[in-house]
Design a protein around this ligand. Structure first.
Ligand SMILES: [Zn+2]
Length: 86
């Protein structure tokens, strides 16, 4: 079952993955996938590699939002994430 926020964010995921999201929508979507495992997996389907390249200032791919994601997950005790990249 998807909550309303998930439904809203899912519509944004293709744009987020394509780096076409801006401003508050970008922030909303990014923060949602940081806390919602199912939407995060959905985002992976669109290719999180391109997302990292286009949307986040993390040229080495080792920092930025994905570290923050893990941090949040750890704090919430929700388990672990799959590897963020190569
Ligand atoms: Zn969600």
């Amino acid at each position: 079952m998807l909550c309303m926020e998930c439904r809203r964010i899912r519509e944004l995921l293709p744009l987020l993955a394509g780096g076409e999201l801006e401003g508050s929508l970008f922030k909303d979507a990014r923060e949602h996938v940081a806390t919602c495992e199912r939407c995060r997996e959905e985002l992976m389907e669109f290719g999180h590699q391109s997302l990292l390249l286009k949307s986040f200032p993390a040229p080495d791919g080792s920092s930025s939002v994905w570290d923050a994601v893990r941090e949040r997950i750890d704090q919430r005790g929700m388990g672990s994430l799959p590897p963020a990249g190569p």
